[in-house]
Design a protein around this ligand. Structure first.
Ligand SMILES: [Cu+2]
Length: 191
């Protein structure tokens, strides 16, 4: 059956809209941007088509001591009090593997990832070790973090620690959907 010009045009509009809208509405890519003592960002890219892989892209430019390993984790909450990284709560740990019986100490073994807290990024992949210029650029492929839900990173935060005995929280950043951030930037750019 031949389509008339109007329905062809309508089909074209629908196609263009679906191509341009769908990727930006999926909302499965996230960013945590550090703006305090640390200068840098951690991006999260979820691949539902590749075995639910979460790519974690670290790009730290300043604020960490060169050559020293800094622990870092996904923590359970957004930063509730600006600049107060304690308000990010504990590590994201939906399987409660970090809740070890009294007398035992939790330690993530990278060869047994199911025994690691889901948010224990440095336990699973090693700490952030800046080069001589203080830069860390690396990528991890994670199989347990998800965009939403119990294992989800939405509404959580990333905390970078000092390598001291107290694991002092050096800086923290909320994990924000890149889709929301794009919308915010679009709004701002109108003014
Ligand atoms: Cu932490």
């Amino acid at each position: 059956m031949m389509m008339n010009m109007n329905s062809k045009f309508l089909l074209f509009v629908v196609l263009v809209l679906s191509i341009s809208l769908v990727p930006s509405c999926v909302g499965q890519d996230f960013i945590a941007e550090f703006k305090g003592k640390v200068d840098g960002r951690v991006r999260f890219y979820f691949h539902p088509d590749e075995d639910n892989l979460m790519d974690i892209v670290v790009d730290i430019r300043d604020g960490l001591e060169p050559g020293i390993g800094h622990p870092f984790h996904v923590h359970e909450f957004n930063v509730k009090i600006p600049g107060n990284c304690s308000s990010a709560g504990p590590h994201l740990d939906p399987t409660l593997v970090g809740k070890v019986p009294p007398g035992q100490t939790y330690k993530c073994d990278p060869t047994q990832l199911d025994k690691c807290e889901v948010g224990d990024l440095s336990g699973k992949y090693g700490p952030l070790i800046p080069n001589g210029d203080g830069i860390v650029q690396t990528i991890y492929h994670d199989h347990s973090l998800k965009p939403n839900g119990d294992y989800g990173i939405a509404g959580r935060s990333v905390v970078v620690h000092l390598p001291d005995v107290n694991r002092t929280r050096l800086d923290c950043a909320d994990i924000i959907s890149l889709h929301n951030q794009r919308r915010r930037l679009n709004r701002l750019s109108r003014y």
